[in-house]
Write a protein that binds this ligand. Structure first.
Ligand code: C5P
Length: 321
């Protein structure tokens, strides 16, 4: 058995070859337009990257080695807290991204990845997708940038609908199944946003499965986008809609209670992100420190953060660098 066990990589032996920040996202609005023949849904959504993010540290290994990864939780919960299931075998999107990259560029690439998780899991904040995008970016850096951002974006789309977004400037209008992206100028650089993650999580596939196509909002995405880009648009509740909210609230009724509580305290915008269960708040009640009056339970799951962006014209610089 000893001979069969994979050698454990010794991180202390040398510094990491690449270190990349993988930002979370929220959907400022998310309109579902229709169900497609292939089972996916056609959407129109305004994605925004956040400073809150995971960190990937990557060591390049001998090309005969097997790629491995490990998780470090830095999510504010105490060490004994139960963590959601995140696989660390070859099924993890991070290792699949490294493998896909190596195949596409035809270069051997074996790595050990230390993934520090801060983005809440099953939150609708794109954590797994951000990690996969960061893995593609790190792979490109390790190999001397053989691929363009457009290549990485296309390969990312093969792994998941939300991954392309992370090759944008951080604010992007996304269509198709989410993989068609149009980068936009920052709405408000470093705008404060509070994200709240209740203990309950939701799987994206489940939320889409229970979506009632007859009950979609019908709001015009172009009008929402125009509203959002006007001065003060981020404080206008009418610009925010998420068609995945009704099925998510039906699955976890407590989400509606939390939203009511936050609105009653005077937060201007209170909205679920993606397929949930995270709720983000913009525009703190006047004269109140942002977390005043929150219960201990809400405080424990709250992430104060800001909008993040990256410069599109430098393909060697990732978020947070
Ligand atoms: O693309 P990804 O694997 O991240 O999507 C997860 C699940 O979410 C899909 O299997 C699908 O059920 C659903 N989905 C969808 N329409 C989209 C994106 C995702 O129905 N535009």
């Amino acid at each position: 058995a000893a001979a069969a066990a994979a050698a454990v990589f010794d991180k202390a032996a040398r510094p990491a070859d690449a270190c990349v920040l993988a930002p979370a996202k929220v959907n400022l609005f998310l309109r579902i337009l229709r169900r497609r023949e292939d089972g996916y849904h056609e959407l129109a959504s305004l994605f925004q990257a956040l400073e809150l993010g995971d960190t990937l540290r990557v060591w390049r290994l001998d090309e005969r080695a097997t790629s491995t990864m490990e998780l470090v939780w830095d999510d504010g919960a105490d060490a004994a807290a139960e963590r959601p299931e995140v696989p660390t075998d070859g099924s993890n999107l991070v290792l699949r991204a490294f493998e896909l990259f190596a195949r596409q560029v035809g270069m051997p690439l074996r790595v050990h990845v230390e993934l520090t998780k801060r983005i809440p899991v099953q939150a609708g904040m794109g954590g797994g997708s951000a990690d996969a995008a960061a893995a593609l970016f790190a792979a490109n850096r390790l190999c001397g940038y053989p691929a363009s951002m457009a290549d990485l974006r296309a390969w990312g789309a093969e792994l998941g609908s939300d991954i392309s977004f992370f090759f944008s400037t951080g604010t992007a209008y996304c269509t198709g199944r989410g993989e068609q992206i149009e980068s936009l100028p920052p709405l408000e650089p470093r705008r404060e946003i509070y994200v709240l993650k209740p203990a309950e999580g939701l799987s994206t596939a489940l939320v889409y499965r229970t979506l009632d196509l007859g009950a979609l909002s019908r709001l015009d995405p172009d009008a929402l986008l125009a509203g959002m880009r006007r001065a003060g648009g981020l404080l206008e509740p009418a610009n925010f809609v998420n068609d995945l909210e009704p099925p998510a609230l039906a699955a976890v009724p407590r989400l509606a209670d939390i939203q009511r509580t936050l609105r009653a305290r005077g937060w201007r915008v209170v909205m679920m992100s993606g397929s949930g269960t995270s709720i983000f708040c913009i525009g703190s009640p006047a004269g109140e420190p942002p977390l005043a009056g929150w219960s201990d339970e809400l405080r424990a799951a709250c992430f104060p953060t800001r909008f993040a962006s990256r410069a599109e014209d430098d393909e060697t610089v990732w978020y947070g660098e």
